[in-house]
Design a protein around this ligand. Structure first.
Ligand code: GDP
Ligand code: MG
Length: 198
């Protein structure tokens, strides 16, 4: 019955007292309207795809914090997802820049300005967390909107090389690559953790 063969999700919180439970704080940042809350809704288990046309989820669950436990590569990881970026003062955004163990920098492939904003955010993050090697995934969302595309896959990939981070294109609307994105961020955090243990 496992619908996510490479990283099943469960909302099971019964293991909260388990010793050594791994919990990662993942912050979603990016221009307004790129789909941060939509991706967070998919993460939280909302049937976003069903509501893609009626905007029911857009704006509904804004500025929220979600928690979910995933099994990635046979090991459990809890993610606390912070979707607190939009419509907040600079103080909150500054806090977001400090608060994450990992970041999803989201742009929309249908909006070049949001792609440029992603670069600004990468620079801001580097400045705020200078000496740290923070796991980041550059996320090109809305890949389902094929005819409105303004940013190519190649551009996104090239940008991630410059950013020194991972890259993925997603669609919250059709739930494409969303679980892969969260699995990816868990793997990135683990890679750094494991290299520190050596
Ligand atoms: P946020 O401001 O970054 O949190 O963006 P929202 O999650 O509120 O999404 C902004 C708009 O884009 C809403 O109308 C969503 O329905 C729409 N949207 C978000 N993700 C996708 C996607 O992957 N594909 C399509 N077609 N629309 C999306
Ligand atoms: Mg939002």
């Amino acid at each position: 019955p496992d619908q996510h063969p490479r990283g099943s999700w469960s909302s099971d919180s019964s293991d909260s007292s388990e010793v050594g439970r791994v919990c990662y704080r993942v912050v979603v940042i990016g221009e307004d309207g790129v789909g941060k809350s939509a991706l967070a809704s998919v993460f939280a288990g909302s049937p976003y795809g069903m509501y893609a046309d009626c905007d029911q989820w857009a704006g509904k669950d804004e500025n929220d914090v979600y928690e979910r436990t995933m099994i990635v590569d046979g090991e459990s990881a809890s993610i606390i997802l912070l979707d607190t970026w939009d419509n907040q003062g600079s103080w909150v955004q500054e806090h977001c820049m400090q608060a994450g163990d990992a970041y999803l920098i989201v742009y929309s492939v249908t909006d070049r300005a949001s792609f440029e904003k992603a670069s600004e955010l990468r620079i801001q993050l580097r400045r705020t967390r200078q000496s740290e090697d923070i796991p980041i995934i550059l996320v090109g969302n809305k890949s389902d909107l094929v005819r409105c595309r303004e940013v190519s896959v190649a551009e996104g990939r090239a940008c991630a090389v410059v950013f020194d981070c991972k890259f993925i294109e997603t669609s919250a609307a059709v739930q494409h690559n969303v679980s892969e994105m969260f699995e990816g961020i868990v793997r990135q955090v683990r890679l750094r953790r494991d290299s520190k243990e050596v």
